[in-house]
Design a protein around this ligand. Sequence first.
Ligand code: NDP
Length: 275
Amino acid sequence: MPDHPARVLKLAVFGDPIAHSRSPELHRFFAAATGLSISYERIHARADELATKLHAFIAAGGHGANITVPHKQAVMAHCDQLSARAVRAAAVNTLARSDSGWLGDNTDGAGLLLDLQDKGVELTGAAVLIIGAGGATRGIVPALLDAGVGHIVVANRSAAKAQDLVQTLADSRVVASALKPGYGETFDLLIHATAAGHHNSALPLPEILSGHPYCYDLSYGTASHNFLHWAAQHGCRHCDGLGMLVAQAAESFKLWTDQTISPELRAALFRQLQQ
Ligand code: NDP
């Protein structure tokens, strides 16, 4: 909560690249809706600049920040405390100033769950296939487990990275796999969590043997087009990651301001972003 209603909360997002980030638009929308004053800037930081730029932000009165690719793991070294979900994800996407320094949190998993709930996707006992084992997958797997999914197969181009993620989580419901044409089972939910769409590179998608899993792309905009086109061709319900983007931002905003963003407000922002 701001100390004084008139105080302008200084917020930012750090990443490389960063020009494409829609975070300033999201948080300005939430601030306008809740009557808070914020400044929110994009800060371009290469890996070798992250520490210096974070310290400059703190010195200038920084109150909170989002952290995006490729810094979600490296930034943990700059946190004085980590939330339980950041520890489980071994990745941080939100920094919040507290009396004891920076708290590192991860709101990606909570954001995905809120959006899946909005879309009526049943998770209890669900068989889930996640393609991709990067920072975003680290954030969403613990949340899906907590939501009661049956099991999760994490398939990645580099199988060793998927194995590493599974070993860290140490939960028998999660198994690692290489990317392959078929997985010998039917899934209820298929989550595309690679960055392939950003590089316009072809992604080897599995055959859907039977059933029609709900297909969720964490990417949005043009980066999600190939996967969503493929899902539509296979007659699967599908969506991009715009709803998750809004929901994970709402979770970050709450951490910085104590303000809960209602589902109606999230829906209004979602519609604005789609225009
Ligand atoms: P990372 O850079 O941490 O990981 C990238 C992943 O993509 C790795 O698993 C990598 O495999 C895989 N990959 C990249 N190119 C290819 C390819 N051509 N073929 C197969 N696999 C490939 O990214 P994140 O995990 O942080 O993000 C993943 C996606 O999720 C991005 O599109 C990002 O924008 C989106 N995202 C969306 C959010 C939202 O709120 N909607 C929140 C967070 C992320 P390998 O290990 O083999 O290199």
